[in-house]
Design a protein around this ligand. Structure first.
Ligand SMILES: [Mn+2]
Length: 275
């Protein structure tokens, strides 16, 4: 049995299937861990959703900002953007099954010393605290307050954690850190505008995982969301968004030996490489 952690798919179904062929994924023995953003911007989000849903226990995913955006739009709480490619999911005959399944997915997955989250963790959050906070959002997504949660979820404020936050402000910070953050100040104030490379980070900010004395630093965090960062593997970090959508590559890491597998993406298609 092998576990493969896989970066942001964003509807790149063909490349996803190529990557599974490359690693000889066997759904009866192996597991997939998906860092979220299964859907949007890419060409075939509907096939990605259907395929992963059918894998049942062989796939574990955490929700990304684009997955949440799909839920918000379907709930009538957000509009489609021009670059969104979600309409065929909304029009699909099995849309309700797919969306209900998506709504049951986690924001954070912890297994042993691994923590999987789409974007990141704020510096002050221990793994245990992050798990408890993620559970608040997960229950809002699954519960009867789902519609109100959708109405309240979007917004950049508050932009930092404070134990005294409550209600939807508390949930919004959790969602923003776990699904949108790339950079923050050493004390955990988030900036959502910077999407570029590390060298262009605004003064006073740093990659969330470089925050000094980060409370989760002893765990290995598996994440995606930051394609301009590229593949970043350290003893306590696996950042796996390698920009398949943008013609980069789609990455899988086999957790047992950290072997990296990649398929090239974009118009060239089918060219394969691994390292
Ligand atoms: Mn994302």
């Amino acid at each position: 049995m092998a576990i493969y952690a896989i970066g942001d798919l964003q509807g790149c179904y063909r490349e996803f299937r190529e990557l599974l062929d490359l690693v000889r994924f066997d759904e009866t023995k192996d597991k997939l861990w998906l860092v979220g953003d299964l859907v949007n911007r890419g060409p075939d989000s509907l096939s990605v959703l259907r395929f992963i849903k059918e894998l049942n226990d062989s796939a574990i995913m955490v929700l990304g900002n684009h997955d949440l955006h799909l839920l918000m739009v379907a709930e009538g709480c957000a509009e489609l953007n021009r670059s969104d490619t979600l309409q065929n999911i909304l029009d699909a005959p099995d849309r309700d099954e797919l969306l209900d399944w998506l709504r049951q997915q986690k924001l954070l997955h912890v297994d042993g010393n691994y923590v999987m989250v789409h974007a990141g963790l704020l510096p002050s959050w221990s793994v245990e605290q992050a798990q408890a906070l993620a559970a608040l959002v997960e229950s809002a997504l699954r519960g009867s307050e789902f519609h109100e949660f959708c109405r309240q979820m979007y917004g950049n404020r508050p932009d930092h954690w404070n134990e005294t936050l409550n209600g939807y402000e508390r949930l919004r910070v959790i969602v923003n850190a776990m699904t949108r953050m790339r950079v923050c100040t050493p004390h955990g104030r988030m900036d959502f505008a910077h999407k570029g490379s590390v060298k262009d980070i605004p003064p006073g900010y740093l990659p969330w995982f470089d925050a000094p004395e980060r409370a989760s630093r002893k765990a290995t965090v598996i994440c995606g969301h930051w394609s301009a960062l590229g593949l970043e593997i350290r003893s306590n970090l696996m950042a796996l968004d390698t920009g398949c959508l943008w013609g980069g590559s789609l990455t899988a890491v086999r957790l047992e030996d950290r072997k990296v597998f990649q398929t090239a993406c974009g118009a060239g298609g089918a060219t394969r490489r691994w390292q």
